[in-house]
Design a protein around this ligand. Sequence first.
Ligand SMILES: [Zn+2]
Length: 251
Amino acid sequence: MPPRPALIDVQALDLERDALLVRRAELPERETLRGLAARAVELDQGHAQCLEARATVNRQERDWANQVEDLAVKAQELEDKLYSGTVKATKELEALQEEVRGTRERQGEFESSQMETLEEIDRLDAEAVDNRKARQQVDTDVSTTQAALAQAEALIDEELGVLAGRCGLHRQDVPSTILTEYDRLRGKERLGGRAAAELEGGTCGACRVRLPVIEYNRIRNEADDVLAHCPRCSRVLIRIRPEGGSAEGAP
Ligand SMILES: [Zn+2]
């Protein structure tokens, strides 16, 4: 078996590392946390609105209570006058009775309105309690999810560390000229992290372009540290030499 060029392993390990970084960035816990953050904002806004409504209804309730009290005082005064014996004329008594009746009636109506606002206050208070319970649950879920995320990240980081160690060892066996160019091309977005490709019998292993025979023969016989690029995709070509031949462009 011919020796396996180290750049093949470097490339494979880097791609594995890239995939892990994508997995790390797209861990489902991140999406869950985004959802929880949105839910927290929604709940807090709902709570603020609830408190505002509660303050408004509270003022209304106070208004009704004051009016009910005023009417009660007025009705009492009228009744005192009615039963004081000071009013004797029948017509006057009837008019007074009518006024008492009207006042008590209005007092009753206002009391109903006050009761409605009290019920609304109870409803809003219950809503606020439910809201805060839900908000507390969100906080709990955030903590749980953050812990799960940290755990998942730690596992991936451990894998990344192992890969980096292995990659480092293989990099030592790649000529520096080739390694420098490989690293430069790794940064090119259009190559998707795949900066090197094996030259498989004159064909680029990445873009599948077939090299002209003269070009192929020239590249094939270059020394180890001489760079060879694919004419189409520009990736560093990894030359696999037959057994017994000289070492690879990227050993
Ligand atoms: Zn190519």
